[in-house]
Structure formats: C-alpha cells, structure tokens
Design a binder for this molecule. Structure first.
Ligand code: HEM
Length: 215
C-alpha cells in the first residue's frame, strides 16, 4: 500500500468531497422538521428500528473483518453500539407491524455493505465514516428531541450520544487512524465512493421513513 507524498489526508478528502452530500442530508424533511421541532413523535419513534438495523449491519461486517489490518487499527469496541437502540425503542414504545429489515432502504444499505466488503473490506471504513460522523449532528439533534418530546432525562436518546463526553476525542482518534493507514490510491477512491453511496442510501432511508403530506 503506497501513498503519494502530496496526497491530501483521506479524512480531509472525505470531509470536502462529501460536503454537498452532507448539506443534502441536513436538508431532508426528516432533519429539517426535527430541527424545527415539528417532526411527529411517532415518526421519530419509527426511525429507531431502521437506524438500529443499519448500524447492526455495518457492525456485523466490521466484526467479521475484525482481523483486517485497517479495521483492526481503527475500529474499537466502543464503535459497536447498535444495542443502545433497544432502550430507546422501549422508551418510545414503538409498535410497528413492519420489520425494519423489510424497508427497501435498509436492504439497500445492507447490499451496499456486502458489495463494499466483497470488493475490499477496507471499503467498510468509508461506510462507517458516514455513520460515525453522523454522531456529531445527532448530539445536537438530541437537544431538539428532548425539547420536542418533553424528555427530561437521558431516556429515549441513548443511541444519539453513544460516546457521551468522549465524542470528540474518539472522533479525533478515528481521524488520525484513518489518515495513517497508508492506503493505495485505488483504496482511497473506493472509500470515497463508499462514503458517497452511504450518504445517498441514508437519504433514501429518511425519505422512506418520512414524506410530509405537503412535500
Ligand atoms: C440536521 C442534521 C444534521 C446536522 C445539524 C449535522 C451537523 C453536523 C456537525 C455540526 C458536524 C461537525 C462539524 C464539522 O466538522 O463539519 C457534522 C459532521 C458530520 N456529519 Fe452531520 N449533521 C446532520 C446530519 C447528518 C446526517 C444525516 C449524516 C449522515 C447520514 C451526517 C454525517 C456527518 C459526517 C460524516 C460528519 C463528519 C464530517 C467530517 O468532519 O469529516 N450528518 N454534522
């Protein structure tokens, strides 16, 4: 794995090259209404199982490839937190006849993970980047969730703050680790493509969960 001396660090490229995808993500009706405090409680509740399903999917594949050098270097036990959704779901009392795995976008996400892994397991880190980075937005959105649904304590929002006060130190550690992987040019491009695809599929997920009537 050789890296050109003048190549910009992979995490810088991920941030700049996916910036417009991030802006689009913030622009989703789901996010806009959540920020505005107008997202119906039952819609937020209905998002939890699908989000858990996609998190479980990437975590499962990271676990399968835990011995891959890049994954072993950058993924820590605290990155496995899909189980945190269980108590959030319990708090919101979600009752749905539809299993999260039946959603098209959840299936699409899991296919993306499988295809990325088949091509080169290092691509899983591009997918993981998007989900892990989204914890930063989630920590801000959590305050909105607590206000909107009149939640006084930490109940119902555990999966939005999986790292607690360690969010930024852990993110910085991930950034440094990724930048030091010594990726080949081909791997870098494939990781970038995986991250872009992940933003796209996440957009599909939020649209599948929520399309307000006036849209
Ligand atoms: C209203 C919704 C959202 C808000 C307010 C928000 C806000 C933020 C903020 C403040 C940061 C850190 C600041 C920075 O370094 O640029 C960030 C980073 C990030 N967010 Fe979001 N976000 C939102 C939605 C999402 C969604 C839905 C995703 C993915 C599905 C996402 C993925 C990321 C990623 C990957 C990063 C890391 C960027 C980097 O430093 O490389 N965000 N977000």
């Amino acid at each position: 794995m050789t890296e050109a001396v003048n190549e910009r660090p992979i995490m810088e490229r991920l941030k700049t090259d996916t910036r417009s995808a991030h802006d689009d993500a913030e622009d989703q009706f789901f996010m806009r209404d959540l920020m505005a405090g107008t997202l119906p409680r039952e819609v937020f509740a209905a998002s939890l199982r699908p989000l858990q399903a996609i998190r479980a999917c990437i975590e499962k594949h990271l676990q399968t490839n835990a011995d891959h050098p890049a994954i072993a270097a950058c993924i820590r036990p605290y990155h496995h937190f899909a189980h945190l959704y269980d108590s959030d779901v319990e708090y919101f009392g979600v009752a749905s006849d539809r299993s999260a795995e039946d959603l098209k976008s959840v299936q699409e996400f899991c296919r993306l993970v499988k295809d990325a892994e088949d091509a080169d397991p290092v691509n899983l880190l591009g997918i993981f980047y998007v989900l892990e980075g989204s914890n930063m937005g989630a920590s801000m959105l959590r305050v909105k969730v607590q206000e909107s649904y009149e939640i006084e304590g930490s109940e119902g929002t555990g999966a939005m703050v999986p790292h607690g006060r360690d969010l930024m130190p852990r993110w910085r550690e991930f950034v440094e680790c990724m930048n030091n992987l010594g990726l080949s040019a081909k791997q870098r491009e494939a990781i970038l493509a995986s991250a872009s695809n992940t933003f796209r599929v996440m957009g599909n997920l939020y649209r599948e969960i929520y399309q307000p009537a006036e849209s």
